[in-house]
Write a protein that binds this ligand. Structure first.
Ligand code: XIL
Length: 362
């Protein structure tokens, strides 16, 4: 009997110990939680006449401050990577919907539109397609099925898709020799657009790329493709200009010239994937006031140029991330960077004021 009572006590003691540990861990989580965002600034979505977007990762939605700033400030979201092929399917080709479903549900709850990025991208080809063992015709059927399933699933929630991302080589403008190009032939882009249109007659279809402002060969290749698609009646609605730029390049004139050429073709313009590097030479170890002001002016100039476009051609401006320390730029370039609108503490930077000033002074 004595032993039984001791065991009971021991169990009670262990339970209490577990409860105390569990509670104190929870408290710790609260203690190290990210800073609360300030609400003392004007949200972009409340003044912008066009959607202002941000790239998002579904795991960041569990951070209260992160999701609060996103839903307060922005009116559109794009998955930073979770809607890419290698993430929407596992290596065997089974669909992985969870993260994208969560992003889409979040957007719906807070009345934000979703821009889909990206149906096809040579850098996110899953192994089941890269090593596809069937015939070329079966490969194409698999790609068509994928597009039909993905576009179909989000038909009511995704307003626009990047059908293909970065199809042309730097410098030469040649079609990249991706598995899609190899298996489906040189006219594969037209068929991707057609498959996307078949899956959703209303969704807006974009071609998205970087370097089309400063790389003449790539730019010519893109416009030849657009002209060809339009001549043949292949559905294309807009062009995404990946705005990964620096505080001083490329020139505003060159950006405007490319936007004008898109307007001449009657297409929508998406200033997509925006970030403005302030440390391209790696000379800064912290963000200086001077560089921050130059970044602000750059953002202001670009937003003003976008607002000068005919309204019918303004699709959206999308930032490639929320806070500086979360940006892909840091890993990609290997320098400290502060390319986004918010600092680590969720404080809007001067660049944010630049965006606002362009919206309100125009
Ligand atoms: C990047 C994301 O930011 C990273 O999180 C991911 O690991 C790799 O892709 N051009 C594009 C984007 O079209 O999809 C890329 O995003 C950045 C460059």
């Amino acid at each position: 009997m004595g032993v039984i009572i001791n065991c009971k006590h021991l169990r009670l003691f262990l339970f209490l110990l577990w409860a105390i540990l569990a509670l104190s861990c929870k408290d710790n989580t609260v203690a190290v939680q990210e800073p609360e965002p300030s609400s003392e600034y004007t949200p972009l979505r409340s003044v912008a006449p066009f959607p202002v977007g941000v790239a998002l990762q579904s795991n960041r939605l569990s951070s209260g401050p992160h999701s609060q700033v996103v839903r307060t400030v922005f009116s559109s979201v794009t998955a930073e990577y979770e809607m890419k092929m290698r993430h929407l399917t596992d290596p065997s080709g089974n669909y992985v919907w969870g993260p994208t479903d969560a992003l889409v549900a979040f957007a719906k709850e807070y009345d934000m539109q979703v821009h889909g990025h990206t149906l096809v991208w040579h850098q996110s080809t899953p192994s089941w397609l890269e090593n596809f063992s069937g015939t070329d015709a079966e490969f194409e059927d698999a790609v068509e099925d994928y597009i039909t399933n993905v576009v179909g699933r989000y038909k009511d929630d995704v307003v626009s898709w990047d059908v293909i991302n970065e199809a042309f080589e730097d410098g030469s403008g040649a079609l990249r020799n991706s598995v899609f190009r190899r298996r489906m032939g040189p006219d594969y882009i037209a068929r991707l657009f057609q498959y996307a249109r078949n899956a959703d007659p209303d969704v807006l279809l974009f071609y998205n790329d970087y370097g089309t402002i400063w790389d003449a060969a790539k730019r010519d290749a893109m416009f030849s493709m657009i002209d060809d698609l339009q001549t043949r009646g292949i559905p294309i609605d807009g062009i995404g200009l990946q705005m990964h730029i620096t505080y001083n390049t490329p020139s505003l004139n060159n950006i405007v010239a490319v936007m004008d050429a898109i307007v001449q073709r009657g297409l929508l313009i998406h200033i997509s994937e925006m970030d403005v590097r302030v440390n391209p030479q790696g000379d800064l170890s912290e963000l200086t006031t001077g560089r921050s002001e130059l970044q602000k002016q750059r953002v202001k100039d670009i937003v003003m140029a976008f607002m000068d476009l005919p309204e019918a051609n303004q699709f959206a401006i999308t930032w490639w991330g929320l806070r500086d320390p979360e940006s892909w730029l840091i890993d990609f370039w290997g320098n400290p960077e502060w390319g986004l609108l918010f600092d680590a503490e969720y404080r809007p930077k001067p660049a944010y004021d630049g965006f606002l000033e362009a919206l309100t002074e125009n």
